[in-house]
Design a protein around this ligand. Structure first.
Ligand SMILES: Cc1ncc(COP(=O)(O)O)c(C=O)c1O
Length: 450
């Protein structure tokens, strides 16, 4: 075991040390070499060191350097060193974090991390939460609690009786809702297509006057951080109107909710704490290893009603909190360990510095690209930048060239009809020098003849 873990440590260090200089995208030769993996299932045992060597020699070169400082695709954070190290220890523990009685250590640790998060986001203190795989499942989890409550209010027990014959639930989202929220609604039997999609502005914010009249069981889904523009819905007026009409308000804050933890960004999420539930990711901007998401619900009984189960063989009897009473899974890894480690080691000041630095770096990208004559399509309020290099074809060519050149990696999108490159700055290790290096690479690629 020890030799194997030492070998893993060395190989991991080698990989991490390569991140600063290797091309961000894997080279085509490395991707082609993946065919070495297509071997038959071995008939007998072999030296585990050989297996580790193959993993590192074949797969490491074919990874995207997402953990590195110049990956700006999708919305992807790296892993703070303390979170990777904590993850190794948690891996050694191999706890099934479902029940307090069988895993008191990690259950208690996760409770502390949840309390810190609720304080950090300034959510109502009665709020409860859960550690799940990501924002998709966080939305699913929180919306299961929402579904429970809006039907309970009209006398329907959805967990017992399902949705057949249940009173209809109206669901309202903005037109620029993230597709995974629609998927979550679909998984809950609320349908992806029957949702009312309210009007948004040019930044993707739901318009404050766009809420349709609300009657009967209703869930309103707002957004903190649009995946393209980073924009925030106007929470105060929307939550007030939705609540006045008796609706449940859920907020998808996959990365934007973290604005609440930074004094310079907090203005964008004013009033978000008035909602009933919230979803966010830790594997994005908190920079913990995949996979890690967080759901928060103001009404603990609702989440528990939606999620808790027991059985004769399960030691669920305890005055303590059973984590699996609040998650879709019974068995799961103790992913709260890495969240705890990030919060404990950065503290409020370290968290605010990381979020504010990434936003400043996004603004620097926007300023540098604008100065070179390119059009930035969004108001850069957070860590997302959308830039057009001209025609859709030319923009696509420039993005291809940037990806191929390898200094950095950005993706492509179409924002309200305009083709654009997306820059998402989320990594703890991105320095201002990385930004300048990447900017120069972008400008070089944009001036290459077609
Ligand atoms: C606003 C929003 N919601 C949900 C998601 C889905 O998150 P995950 O991929 O962690 O499930 C994303 C991903 O970028 C997002 O930006």
């Amino acid at each position: 075991m020890q030799r194997l873990l030492n070998e893993a440590l060395q190989r991991s260090n080698g990989y991490l040390n390569s991140l600063n200089e290797r091309p961000v995208a894997p080279r085509p030769e490395a991707v082609a070499a993946l065919k070495r993996l297509d071997e038959p299932l071995p008939a007998s045992q072999s030296d585990p060191l050989q297996t580790l060597a193959m993993l590192d020699e074949v797969v490491s070169p074919a990874t995207m350097a997402m953990a590195g400082p110049r990956f700006f695709g999708f919305v992807i954070g790296g892993s703070l060193p303390v979170t990777l190290a904590a993850s190794w220890i948690a891996g050694a523990w191999d706890q099934n974090a479902g029940l307090y009685n069988s895993t008191p250590g990690v259950s208690r640790l996760e409770q502390v991390a949840l309390r810190w998060l609720i304080e950090l986001f300034d959510l109502p203190r009665e709020t409860t939460g859960s550690f799940i795989t990501g924002a998709t499942v966080a939305n699913f989890t929180a919306l299961a609690a929402a579904r429970h409550v809006v039907l309970e209010r009209v006398g329907w027990d959805v967990e017992a009786d399902g949705l057949f014959g249940a009173p209809a639930i109206t669901v309202i989202t903005g037109k620029e809702v993230h597709p995974t929220l629609l998927k979550s609604l679909g998984m809950l039997g609320l349908g992806r297509s029957r949702i009312i999609r309210a009007a948004v502005d040019g930044q993707g914010r739901m318009r404050a006057d766009a809420l349709p009249p609300i009657k009967g069981p209703t869930i309103v889904c707002l957004q903190a951080g649009n995946v393209n523009t980073g924009a925030f819905d106007p929470f105060e007026p929307l939550i007030e109107s939705a609540h006045a009409a008796g609706a449940w308000v859920h907020v998808d804050g996959a990365f934007g909710l973290w604005a609440k933890a930074a004094p310079a960004l907090r203005q964008w999420v004013t009033g978000v704490e008035q909602a009933d539930s919230w979803a966010t990711d830790a594997h994005k901007w908190l920079n913990v290893p995949y996979d890690s998401g967080l759901a928060f619900v103001r009404h603990p009984h609702a989440l528990q009603a939606a999620m808790a189960v027991t059985a004769e063989y399960l030691p669920t009897e305890t005055p303590e909190r059973n984590p699996s009473d609040f998650t879709p899974e019974l068995s799961r890894r103790a992913r709260g360990v890495e969240v705890w480690a990030a919060l404990r080691s950065l503290g409020r000041a370290g968290l605010a510095e990381m979020f504010e630095r990434n936003c400043r770096q996004a603004r620097r990208f926007a300023a540098g690209l604008t100065a070179a004559g390119h059009e930035v399509l969004n108001e850069v309020v957070l860590n997302q930048v959308l830039v057009s290099f001209g025609s859709p074809e030319h923009t696509r060519k420039v993005v291809d060239a940037i990806q191929e050149e390898g200094t950095c990696w950005c993706g492509i999108t179409v924002w309200q009809g305009r083709t654009a490159m997306r820059i998402s700055v989320c990594n703890w290790s991105t320095t201002d020098e990385d930004v300048e290096r990447s900017l120069q690479a972008m400008l070089r690629s944009s001036s290459r003849p077609d």
